[in-house]
Design a binder for this molecule. Sequence first.
Ligand code: NDP
Length: 487
Amino acid sequence: MLYTQFIDGALTASSNRESWINYNPANNNPLGEVSQANDQDIEAAVNSSEKAFHIWKAKTGAERGRVLLKAAHILRSRLDKIALLETQDVGKPISESLAVDVSSAADALEYFGGMAAGVHGEFFDLKNAFGYTRPEPLGVCAGIGAWNYPIQIAAWKAAPALACGNSMIFKPSELTPATALELAEAFMEAGAPAGLFNVVQGDGRVGSMLVDHPRIAKISLTGSVSTGKKILTGAATQMKRVTLELGGKSPLIIFEDADIDNAVSAALLANFYTQGEVCSNGTRVFVHRQIFDSFLMKLKGRTEKIRLGDPTDPDTQMGALISKVHMEKVIRFIDSGKSSGATLLTGGFRPEEDFKGRDITSGNFLTPAIFTDCDDSMEICKEEIFGPVLTILSFDSEEEVIERANNSAYGLAAGVFTNDIKRGHRVIHQLQAGTCWINNYNVTPIELPFGGYKQSGLGRENSLAAIQYYTQLKSVYVELGNVDSPY
Ligand code: NDP
């Protein structure tokens, strides 16, 4: 398999010979070769995207919406194929890619496809005049993706961008080159003009070329805080618009009156879904001292039952980490937790067999880990680990837990479990986080804005809020009388 660029409606081989092997995280067998885009590819992608932009922006919103809806239908009809590609690329369980990854990409296309005809300005009745606003597209936008939700990230960026009349060049993570190409095919088959959604493959250098390109109007990144800072700095030199969806170290707060079984379910979802490689994960689980022991006992019991193994097996609940390098990074965090005095209650080791007794030593598997006896100042409680590592902390009062939860440079997400409706809202309103849940965790419906406070990002994806990040507002004053001039 050769993963190449998708430019101007077709797969194109790069004239540059630089390439690398893409590996399956579950066994480290090669999946194929990825060809790195060079500057000629980027130039070709920008030229084709500009051409498509001029065709696309002249269409009505309803016409654009129809293409997005058709692309969503195509993705859904290829669910099995795309979910398998995602599972092989990312290492996540097939049950997840079937239930979430492809369908949330299709959800975004349907939501913004349905909304495209409704993108509109406002009318202002003025004295002897009137005014109106026009939300106009920005032009060629670039999307740069992380490796944990490849098709979802591509669609969350493309859907609002295209609905608003822009075109997009998308660069997937170098570790997950496959499914953005499926999205590009779907757009073409749905009737999009060639070049409306181009895909360029490559590492951070290709991302940088997109950031620096003078004919690219906007950058939308999903990635780490350090990459976000580089992109923001690069974009500032040309005053480009940016949307940054970055990392987090989010708090999940469980009060003493919470439904414990539901809270345990949420803590598991908030830490172990997609092997813990989720930006919004609630990795700092604060549990009220009164229920700490019973919560911990249930959490440990259910964690140890998680079925870890071959991601393509429909019964598997936890797959493999994205790469050996990443797995080693997660193991270093686990070692840091142990040496800083936290107790590793369960997991955190490389298993030899999966839940069906199959040898998994060649894959990047790590059993789900719970650290107790933690302190807020420990590295494992401060840094984003992006792996299956949960830290549990006790607290005594509402004021105390709010202060500790907010004591982070990040602010992506937060969750609160309580049966006291007043306390639930009161606490959530004081948490410094952009995406919050009361009595659930990590549910991200397309209707709600998604994004972070503080160093977790800028701008929002999903929902009506995304429209403002892919349009610029023109205001028009129309005179109905004479020009009132003193000259
Ligand atoms: P990285 O920041 O390493 O990479 C993100 C993307 O940026 C990749 O495509 C990468 O290319 C590219 N890139 C790297 N350097 C540059 C550069 N200088 N200029 C332009 N582009 C560049 O993140 P990961 O892929 O490792 O993803 C994990 C991170 O993503 C975590 O911090 C996680 O929290 C965050 N994330 C945030 C989400 C959110 O919505 N808030 C959702 C999912 C993940 P390449 O990979 O090829 O090097």
